[in-house]
Design a protein around this ligand. Structure first.
Ligand SMILES: Cc1cc2nc3c(=O)[nH]c(=O)nc-3n(C[C@H](O)[C@H](O)[C@H](O)COP(=O)(O)OP(=O)(O)OC[C@H]3O[C@@H](n4cnc5c(N)ncnc54)[C@H](O)[C@@H]3O)c2cc1C
Length: 384
């Protein structure tokens, strides 16, 4: 086993951290309060190549392997105080660009990837609906074939990037009759947001990740050509599962980076904050909390990178991605609670970042499948 990063990975990591400090962090408290998306920061991420990490050079990307993508995302999470912006970047990469890259036709790749990589287009994906979240295969959105077109009707909710998106991958049922479930006729469509019948609701006000815009999307008699279908008819479940492997590893590598920054901040604070005549880090109640935070970071890293390693070998990593996602998200929330406790009253105040990190972290146990759903998945792999 070789745990060392390559020289290129180390350099890229440093470049991203420096970039994030310089370009992404100013004004984050105000943006969080106003729920404002940092479009300029997003474009700066594109300029650095972050929006094209896994995309081959022929479409304008960097063509990196999975582990290198994870290193980059860990660096972004570590450097960027604006986790909402990092979330928007991740959403575009793993739920829009990757599916196009893996399942798209050459024409679809040519049409979308170069502009997504430069940030000229913003994308995302839409599976969740008011009545179907965890039970994604119960979705009511339907696509019906009409000559050489499909007509889509339905409504989606909690859609990241929707208020700023140019294109969304919309999942819809193309099943006929009673056929449902995993193999039961979910399909994915590339839907341009200016297509007649597509409407985006007002942005949803969230607990955390407020700088990442989220909204409902309604599809009313949306007509798209047959060429808008991504992958094959009924192939939506496979696309969704492939996306989730990437998202559960790379997005959560970003969260790992945030946990590392949080840990460093707590160590510094525990060294500097004096109560009862000595630094609070001298009290075991505080130092053990920090030791537990360190433990979580060290456990999270190999779990995540194992997913990247497997994927780079061309292997599936459904189980490993579920394990990593579950562990990292719950560790992130617990460490965020610890970080607030270590900072005392200051931890509760907006300018100290810890309260924002706690709010940001909570979403991670919900999106990409809740913790319960990951446990169900793991149990199923164990034959239960
Ligand atoms: C910040 C954020 C961004 C998001 N972005 C997107 C996006 O871009 N696109 C998109 O499509 N969706 C997005 N989502 C939606 C997300 O995928 C769903 O919230 C998630 O899948 C859970 O669905 P739900 O909210 O309907 O909860 P439900 O499925 O209703 O679950 C409610 C509770 O019941 C539990 N539960 C449900 N079924 C089971 C079961 N079988 N066994 C055990 N427990 C169960 C859940 O774990 C949970 O605790 C986002 C969500 C958040 C918070």
């Amino acid at each position: 086993m070789d745990f060392a990063l390559t020289e290129e990975q180390v350099l890229f990591r440093k470049q991203i951290v420096d970039f994030a400090h310089k370009r992404l962090n100013e004004g984050v408290v105000e943006r969080d309060e106003a729920s404002t998306f940092d479009r300029a920061g997003f474009m700066a991420c594109a300029e650095l190549g972050l929006l094209g990490l896994p995309v081959p050079e022929q479409y304008g990307g960097l063509g990196l392997d999975v582990v290198s993508c994870m290193v980059a995302m860990e660096a972004l999470g570590y450097g960027a105080a604006d986790q909402g912006l990092a979330f928007a970047v991740n959403t575009q990469l793993w739920t829009c660009e990757l599916p196009i890259l893996k399942f798209g036709t050459e024409a679809q790749k040519q049409r979308y990837l170069p502009k997504l990589v430069t940030g000229e287009l913003i994308g995302g994906h839409a599976t969740s609906e008011p009545g179907s979240g965890s039970d994604a295969f119960a979705m009511q959105t339907k696509a019906v074939e009409d000559g050489d077109h499909w007509v889509i009707n339905g409504s989606k909710t909690f859609i990241t990037n929707a208020p700023i998106a140019d294109v969304l991958i919309i999942f819809a049922s193309t099943a006929t009759g009673e056929k449902r479930g995993f193999g039961g006729g979910l399909s994915a469509f590339l839907v341009d947001m200016d297509t007649p019948g597509v409407s985006v609701g007002r942005p949803l006000h969230k607990m955390g990740l407020r700088t990442s815009p989220t909204a409902e999307v309604t599809l009313d008699e949306v007509r798209v050509p047959a060429t808008a279908m991504l992958g094959r008819k009924g192939g939506g479940a496979a696309i969704f599962n492939s996306e989730m492997e990437w998202e559960r590893s790379c997005l959560f590598a970003c969260h790992l980076g945030a946990m590392e920054r949080q840990l460093e901040r707590c160590v510094t604070y525990a060294q500097e904050r004096v109560q009862f005549g000595q630094p609070i880090g001298n009290y075991q109640a505080v130092s053990h909390r920090i030791a537990n935070m360190k433990l979580r970071v060290e456990m999270a890293r190999p779990m995540l990178y194992k997913v990247g390693w497997l994927k780079d070998r061309g292997e599936r990593a459904v189980l490993e991605a579920a394990i990593a996602k579950l562990y990292v998200s719950e560790a992130y929330v617990q460490s965020s609670l610890d970080a607030v406790a270590i900072h005392g009253g200051y931890g509760y105040m907006a300018e100290y970042e810890m309260e924002r990190m706690l709010r940001d972290s909570v979403g991670s146990v919900l999106y990409s499948g809740t913790s319960d759903i990951q446990r169900n998945l793991i149990a199923r792999w164990l034959g239960l």
